[in-house]
Design a protein around this ligand. Structure first.
Ligand code: NAD
Length: 429
């Protein structure tokens, strides 16, 4: 056992499972498989930098509230830190630390020259006006001004944030340093240097990895029964692209509950409905309402948890009926549940592979920005698909070579590359 980093515990993640302990367990398993020495494991277990800032904000009613904002930089061994910014009430420092560590392995697995980071504020963005959210985002960025930058740490959207917040972050950073710096964030609007294809990128990556896994089983996406938890940036895009490819989307959900249609949901109609109803899918006429708990246990070929972590746990894993679980969210399957699924022969497509399409196109956005040369969407999608398919096949090969499940195979690739780079760079001083 390594001595685990002493991060303050403030609040529990959903289902009271510590995401950071889980992330460390996966790292330990990979380190054991790779026979890494204890010192290397100690280094990789600790985030390099943990920043918590106070964000005082004057609300629309004149009151002042002080929020806590986190940014955890896990590793920059392979390149600048990279990772999303989450606005959600369940955000804790331990959750952000776990997600930062996942980013390190994900970037290494995909072969892109980034380290891992994550940021977050424990708020429900729906409880704040647009003006308040702008003030919160700008002050958070301003407090982190010395810790982020295009060669240092590059935030992106995550749960509860979007291109809008990235534009505010880019503008705040640029105003503070005195000139426009589009490369400080990715996932920003196209008008200020965002990449074509970024908005759909994570969902597209999920679709590609599911398609490849089905192909290995001798199947195509045509007629495949899919259930998706979450209908936001990732779940919504995955639903749309899988629908276009001929899959039957039996159910989708948001935090407010889910919808089921035995013959498949009309995803374009549902998207139009959500757009008209402030992103709510409640009351969509051509479907039956179901709970998120029911949704996860529906019989289907492919289950795509695309909301939050710890959704498939010891409590419900025995009722999961899917043949493939594609982790579009980060950490949606707990350690114990993962063991059960793998033991039952369910194909679990791990998060660091399945949802990597977003960071791949973030990387392509950064590359386009640095070279002042912007590509059409077809080229962005092609480059992304190449990296995703390549990583998928590397994971399959590693899994066969080491006789380990896909998650451990993916981790051994990601962790192994970072450990190799650490060994080549050496320990300073
Ligand atoms: P989002 O905020 O756009 O969407 C989240 C969705 O989950 C919404 O539909 C929301 O209603 C739903 N949701 C929230 N709480 C829920 C609950 N308790 N039960 C069921 N549904 C719930 O966020 P997103 O960007 O789509 O991110 C979703 C997941 O994908 C997260 O785990 C995130 O870390 C991961 N991810 C996102 C990206 C990206 O590019 N945005 C990239 C990689 C991984």
């Amino acid at each position: 056992m390594v001595s685990m980093p002493t991060l303050p515990l403030e609040g529990a993640s959903p289902a009271h499972i510590c995401p950071f302990d889980q992330a460390c367990s996966y790292l330990e398993a990979a380190a054991k498989e790779l026979r890494l020495d204890q010192g290397t494991l100690e280094i990789l277990s600790h985030p390099r930098k943990v920043v918590t800032v106070s964000i005082p904000v004057r609300l629309d009613n004149g009151d002042i509230r002080v929020l806590a904002g986190h940014r955890v930089q896990h590793s920059d061994i392979l390149g600048p830190y990279k990772g999303g910014t989450r606005y959600h009430p369940a955000v804790t420092l331990r959750e952000v630390s776990a997600l930062a560590m996942l980013m390190t392995w994900k970037c290494a697995l995909l072969g892109i020259p980034y380290g891992g980071a994550k940021g977050g504020i424990a708020i429900n963005p729906q409880h704040y006006s647009v003006g308040e959210l702008e003030k919160i985002t700008r002050r958070y960025t301003s407090e982190l001004i010395k810790d982020i930058g295009p060669a240092v740490d590059i935030p992106a959207p995550d749960v509860g944030t979007s291109a809008r917040e990235m534009a505010w972050m880019m503008d705040t950073y640029s105003v503070n340093v005195g000139h426009a710096v589009p490369g400080v964030v990715t996932g920003k609007p196209i008008s200020i240097g965002g990449s074509r294809g970024r908005e759909m990128a994570t969902g597209r990556g999920v679709m590609i990895i599911v398609r490849e896994a089905l192909a290995d089983m001798g199947r195509t996406l045509e007629g495949v029964k899919v259930v998706i938890q979450g209908f936001g940036n990732v779940g919504g895009a995955a639903a749309e692209l899988l629908y276009q490819a001929g899959a039957k989307i039996l159910a989708v959900s948001t935090g407010a509950g889910g919808l089921f249609a035995a013959d498949g949901l009309d995803i374009p109609a549902l998207k139009a409905y959500a757009a008209e109803n402030h992103r709510s899918i409640v009351g969509f006429p051509q479907a039956v309402a179901i709970s998120n708990a029911e949704l996860l246990t529906l019989p289907c070929d492919v289950l795509i948890p695309a909301a939050l972590e710890n959704q498939i746990t010891e409590e419900n894993v025995d009722q999961i009926q899917a043949q493939i679980v594609a982790e579009a969210a980060n950490g949606p399957v707990t350690l114990e549940a993962n063991r059960v699924l793998e033991g039952r022969g369910v194909t679990v497509l791990p998060d660091i592979l399945a949802n990597a399409g977003g960071v791949v196109v973030s990387y392509l956005e950064w590359v386009q920005g640095l070279s002042y040369l912007f590509w059409d969407e077809e080229r962005v999608n092609r480059e992304m698909e190449h990296l995703m398919v390549q990583a998928y096949h590397q994971v399959i090969k590693q899994s066969q070579m080491r006789q380990v499940p896909l998650r451990l195979a993916a981790y051994t690739l990601g962790v192994g590359r970072v450990a190799q780079a650490l060994s080549d760079r050496g320990l300073y001083p």
